[in-house]
Design a protein around this ligand. Sequence first.
Ligand SMILES: [Zn+2]
Length: 347
Amino acid sequence: MSGLDGFLGNKKLIARLARDIAAGRFAHAYIIEGAEGCGKRTLAKLICSAISCTSEDKPCMECIRCDKIARAQSPDVVTVEADKDRVQLGVDVIRRLREDAVFAPNELPRKFYIIPRSDTMNVQAQNALLKILEEPPSHVMFLLLCENADDLLPTIRSRAPVLRVEALPDDVIRDYLKTHDERAKALSERDKEAFHAAIKLSHGSLGMAMRLTDEKNAAECLEYYKKAERYMELLADRRNAANELAFYEYATKLTNSKGRDELAKIYSLLADAARDLVNVKLTREPQPIFYTSPEKAREAADKFALGKLIRLTEIFCEALDSLDHNVNVSLSQVRTASAAAAAGRAK
Ligand SMILES: [Zn+2]
């Protein structure tokens, strides 16, 4: 088994890469796109290893070259980052890279430049990089990592194929953590709900899941999860004016004015919850993603009519979207609560 097979999920992408590597067919630059913590750096290093490996089954992860790359000890695998105290990756950094790139590699067949936050390159830096992408020395390869390739100039994108790392299904992450991560495994045994909440909020990113399953983060995830759960309960249970008021009180005070991130997490969970309930109504064997069992989901779904649940899914997605567009946090809670109440009146 080659090291590429060890990369979780993303089977099509890996098969394509393996084919290209076996045929010696690769570009001088790739854009590796995907959410935070999805394994972009791991994939970039695997590509370096696959091209450099001396064994038959590339990358073997055992030969001296593979080993040095994995331990970040190879002089020919260069990580390019912004200068200290700078958020943006400036043109100076890229100029230095260009000067360095003319020299042949020391020990590997190529010299690899990995740019982990390539979307932080300012326009001058991207234009400077473009110059070398247009006529790259034959011995170099660039790996540009970013969350969204659209944040790079179209001229860069046209010279580097995009490799998109997709989110992993929750069960793949769950199984991986339970077998490879002692801390996460301990959490899964000690506090099932917190473990579930942390996985949910990782949105298919293994790196994120590893981070969120530590004690402090897991407690926070659980708190958001409980808030979403309570929101749905109060939303369903509005038999009289007092209950109606209780819902508003709760739904408009989920977080304070600085809690944009927290609110976004709660909205994303609410959208998952509403989607679960739609699925319960429409499918015979639902596999809920928010609710921890089909029974719990069914019990919650019984309190809503289907049309209202579909509308709720839209409302929570729109709320999440508007938070991305800098809507005021308090206002967002009021608007979303009103819209949800109008749509979600229990049947
Ligand atoms: Zn090797």
